[in-house]
Write a protein that binds this ligand. Sequence first.
Ligand code: ATP
Ligand code: MG
Length: 387
Amino acid sequence: MKKVLLLKFGELFLKGRNRHDFISRLKNNILRKLTAFSCKLEETQGRLILSGYDEAQEGIIIEKLQQVFGLIGVADALEFETSLEETKKRVAGLNFSGVRTFKIETKRADKNFPLTSMELDKELGAVVLDAHPNLKVDLYESDMVVTVEVRTNGKTYLYNKLHLCAGGLPLGSAGKGLLLLSGGIDSPVAGYLMAKRGLEIEAVHFHSYPYTSPQAKEKVIELAKEISSYCGKIRLHIVSFTEIQEQIHKNCDEEYMITIMRRIMMRIAEKIARANDLGAIVTGESLGQVASQTMQSMNVTNSVVSLPVFRPVIAFDKEEIMALARKIGTYETSILPYEDCCTVFLPKNPVIKPTVKRAEFLETSLDIDALVSQAVNNEEILTIDEF
Ligand code: ATP
Ligand code: MG
């Protein structure tokens, strides 16, 4: 008998090569997450088993696993050779203190095991009631669910505590994208959500030093570190937007300033994405949140790029985004009060329904190609890895 962690992943929908790719990426990501710990990871049909770790570190290992996308739950389990007698003994020996109602949930993956899941549920239920006559079975609202998994590797796993994980798909299984990372609340959450669907991310941040402070940049680096614990290694492209903003301010209609800024950010993002083999752009925009996030504004910014633009929080209320930010630990950093480049030279009345035609016309007063190239050529790249 030994203590192990039984790792569950959602795989019902996976077939053929996808399944193989999913599991091998998931295993690699888990091992990468746990490089600092000595442990052993094995696969048995439909489950991963982690063993050989220092038990004193179990809590921290579970916390780390909760940041690995693709896992849906981690159970503290006992592993022993499959045998009805042994299972009965172990179930009877569980700690039921403080428990009034329980139920047994058996998963019989090993179809050679002589009892069906239901028969085993009954036998084990009887064993518990024998050993603890004050307990009652409650199939709907039990204080404790005792799970028994009889697996095809000849082992049985017993647990009564499941730690929920982040779910999603293993990092990397959906390719790579470029996140536009501001210092705000929304874009770190957007990065987290896309990474959760398997997208590895790089990030680009635009600053307008000296209009924006060095702390504003530090804040973004901190945010990148915070999401990196979920999103893996992040190359952060830091791009100066100062010259571009000055030019826009000097040459373009005030009400179109943000529209044109956005279009130039998108062009720069696309250039960085193409140079680094990143197949999509990700932003933290939410429909109608501000003038630059109306449907018309997003159409006008989309029209300068041909890569897909993913906006995972498009339909979220600010409250919902904030709740997620708190959950993933970026909120406190996001609300630090440093200026973002979008708030420097902020127009009083930004256009709510811009048109492509007008934007294109105003842009004729700028040398866009030169501005974009200059910005990209002078980028600074930091590699952040807190995974
Ligand atoms: P956030 O909270 O993510 O900053 P926001 O509600 O403040 O979003 P905007 O400032 O309009 O909204 O920005 C919309 C999106 O544009 C951001 O979510 C982000 O993806 C991108 N963006 C804005 N400013 C920057 C910046 N300085 N660098 C990189 N991306 C930016
Ligand atoms: Mg912002």
